[in-house]
Design a protein around this ligand. Structure first.
Ligand SMILES: [Cu+2]
Length: 208
């Protein structure tokens, strides 16, 4: 939770914790009230139930508070979502092909790989294409996921903050070997990346 692997961690984990916190608070509140009411208003204690009329104050409270909470959830979700959909103009673009059952990454200079290699501290835009059925590119550590749909140009962007090796998965069931449709993302320093990018052969990087 406290990782800083990509530029979206703060927003996504923030919304997650915000919603989780509200859900937990409501769960506890409602459970406690339910138990109290079961004890206080059981038949033994209230052989003849009172005729209860409406309570406007209560109705206003339980309408206004949930509305504020839901609008808050929407606001934080929308704020993060908007940031995720707008890739910076200077992003380094890599084309991604999803196919049964592998990922293929094609760089501007024509280099093709089965693992994704990117420089850190730089916006990267992935142009997603499917060559057959629906897939979904998912990089859990970066909190990003996007459907890869035939005849639809989806894209995705991120900044890798820390050098490291991260999992890439397919998150949309796409057939028999869907569960094997994994790859790796190597986030490396710019000078290392330049060396790798300009070399003819795939260096040991992708062969680990
Ligand atoms: Cu797939």
């Amino acid at each position: 939770m406290l990782s800083d692997a990509s530029n979206f961690i703060k927003e996504v984990d923030g919304v997650f914790l915000f919603i989780l916190g509200i859900s937990l608070a409501l769960l506890i509140l409602i459970t406690i009230l339910m138990i109290l009411f079961v004890i206080k208003f059981n038949r033994k204690r209230n052989p003849r139930p009172k005729n209860i009329k409406g309570n406007t104050t209560l109705e206003i409270i339980w309408t206004v508070i949930p509305t504020i909470l839901v609008v808050g959830m929407f606001y934080y979700g929308w704020y993060g979502y908007k940031k995720m959909t707008a890739a910076p103009k200077d992003a380094f673009e890599i084309n991604v092909n999803g196919k049964m059952w592998a990922w293929e990454f094609i760089y501007p200079n024509g280099k093709k790989t089965d693992t994704l290699v990117v420089p850190i501290q730089k916006p990267i835009k992935l142009n997603l294409k499917s060559l057959d059925v629906n897939h979904s590119l998912y990089i859990p550590a970066f909190r990003i996921k996007k459907d890869v749909i035939p005849n639809k140009d989806n894209s995705l962007w991120f900044i890798a903050n820390e050098a490291g090796v991260y999992d890439i998965a397919c998150a949309e069931y796409c057939g028999l070997r869907h569960s094997y449709m994994y790859s790796k993302l190597y986030a490396i320093h710019q000078n290392e990346f330049d060396k790798w990018y300009n070399s003819k052969t795939d260096t040991t990087l992708t062969k680990k």
